[in-house]
Design a protein around this ligand. Structure first.
Ligand code: XMP
Length: 467
């Protein structure tokens, strides 16, 4: 027993301040690597949890400079569509715009528009030749839902189109001159090739820091499990345009997770993020299997009870330090337990390239689920993915189900961008307190000091009255 190691967590330490070298925290560069192929402008990822990341969250995260990972507790088709929604949300050119046939009803069209969160459909024939466009403006005063699309659409002879390959500036001019919002792109046979929208052009200026792929589309990742349909799911997610696949399993240092990582890497050309692990041997085995990034964290999350139920885990700061060291040049994500921006500074100083956040993003406008009212205040439901609530409809023997997570009501937290601004603001200051101007400098300069409970008490507001 005298050889028991000590494990430390975020609240056990502080970083000793170093001489500052930036004159404003705006100068601090937060760019990082998700994998060696994928760069992020902000080192924050929204967790692949069903109360955290679907397309709305992933769009907001990528617009903020980070990325979101779509959770896997959806059918393959649903998850495919969530990835597609992100990829279509603000590409410069939408490659395969959503279409409808002219004999469909208006009800068909509005149902599709609502479920895909879009406001226009291109009307095409069987050969994919453009016959018109149907936008939400055409439908504003339309109450006869059984009318056919051709009765209300803007037909081909009144439609403004452009040739596929048109320069962005020219497209902008056409949209502006004709006061239209959508410009279908066609080939010489009038076949539909793409779509440029004025809202995408506007968003481009609004979110200059967003994380984009080579085609100018927002970045997104998506999770798969280690059993059942994971290869078909991976194939579908790649065809929807996912930038990375997350092999998502609580105990990532396992034969199943290693085999899954190896199989996906040998079958597909895609970056794979594997986890979760908390030891150097776990890291090395996943990297050997082909992982391009390692997710670190067993039991630190806000909704996690793994450590209580199983007695297993490693306090997160120690886990990050050991795993990042073992990973070498392969980036590591610190997943779980981030309570404030100071924890992000500590996670990155210990070697993580980015952090994954669940709870702090779960009560936002963009998280899945509806707002509820409790004692007059807005709340949302948050839950661990191994909680009973998250598994009750997937488990036959739910009385025998051993939960490793809990459910909770979370206070409404506003918009994702507001949360991210607070977190990145604190991180920028943390980098400057460490005498650095970027995350590499933060890691290089960092010197931890271990504190006591009294040190932590002193660190928080204390001995003051309430307002
Ligand atoms: P935070 O603290 O940001 O952590 O909410 C998010 C991470 O928590 C993990 N997670 C779980 N861990 N039981 C667990 O032991 C669960 O039910 C559970 N659900 C999520 C996961 O790694 C997530 O990214």
């Amino acid at each position: 027993m005298d050889k028991i190691k000590t494990g430390l967590s975020f609240d056990d330490v502080l970083l000793i301040p170093k001489k500052g070298i930036v004159s404003s925290r705006k100068e601090v560069d937060l760019r990082t690597k998700l994998t060696n192929n994928i760069l992020l402008n902000v080192p924050i990822i929204s967790a692949n949890m069903d109360t955290v990341t679907e397309s709305k969250m992933a769009i907001a995260m990528a617009q903020s400079g980070g990325i979101g990972f779509i959770h896997r507790f959806l059918s393959v088709e649903e998850q495919f569509n969530e990835v597609l929604k992100v990829k279509r949300s603000e590409g410069i050119i939408i490659d395969n715009p959503y279409t409808i046939k002219k004999d469909n009803t208006i009800k068909d069209a509005t149902d599709f528009m609502h479920s895909h969160n879009i406001n226009a459909l291109i009307v095409v024939d069987k050969e994919n030749a453009v016959e018109g466009i149907l936008t939400s403006r055409d439908l504003v005063f339309e109450d006869k839902l059984n009318k056919k699309v051709y009765e209300v659409m803007t037909p081909k002879d009144k439609l403004i189109t452009a040739e596929y390959g048109i320069k962005l500036n020219k497209a902008k001019e056409i949209l502006h001159k004709n006061k239209i919002e959508k410009l279908p792109l066609i080939d010489s046979n009038f076949k539909l090739k793409g779509l440029i929208t004025s809202s995408d052009i506007k968003k481009r200026g609004k979110f200059p820091n967003s994380s984009k792929d080579k085609k100018g589309r927002l970045r997104v990742g998506a999770a798969v499990g280690v059993k059942g349909d994971f290869l078909d799911r991976t194939e579908a997610l790649i065809s929807a345009g996912t930038d990375a696949i997350v092999v998502d399993v609580a105990h990532g240092h396992s034969n199943l997770a290693i085999k899954t990582t190896r199989q996906i890497k040998s079958k597909f050309d895609i970056d794979v993020i594997s986890g979760n692990v908390c030891t150097s041997t776990g890291v090395k085995e996943l990297i050997k299997a082909g992982a391009d990034c390692i997710k670190v964290g067993v039991g630190p999350g806000a909704y996690c009870t793994t450590r209580i139920v199983t007695g297993c885990g490693v306090p997160q700061l120690t886990a990050i330090k050991e795993c990042a060291k073992a990973a070498g040049k392969i980036p590591v994500i610190a997943d779980g337990g981030i309570k404030n921006s100071g924890d992000i500074v500590k996670a990155i100083a210990s070697g993580a390239s980015s952090v994954m956040i669940g709870n702090l993003l779960a009560g936002t406008d963009e998280s899945p689920g509806i707002n509820l009212l409790k004692n007059g205040s807005k709340v949302k439901v948050g839950r661990g993915m191994a909680s009973l609530g998250a598994n009750i409809h997937r488990t036959k023997d739910y009385e025998e189900y051993v939960a490793e997570g809990v459910e909770s009501l979370i206070p409404y937290r506003g918009k994702v961008i507001e949360v991210i601004n607070q977190l990145t603001g604190g991180l920028r200051s943390g980098v400057s307190y460490n005498g650095a101007r970027n995350l590499i400098g933060l890691r290089k300069n960092s010197e931890f000091i271990r504190i006591t409970d009294k040190g932590m008490r002193e660190s928080k507001p204390h001995d003051i009255g309430t307002i």
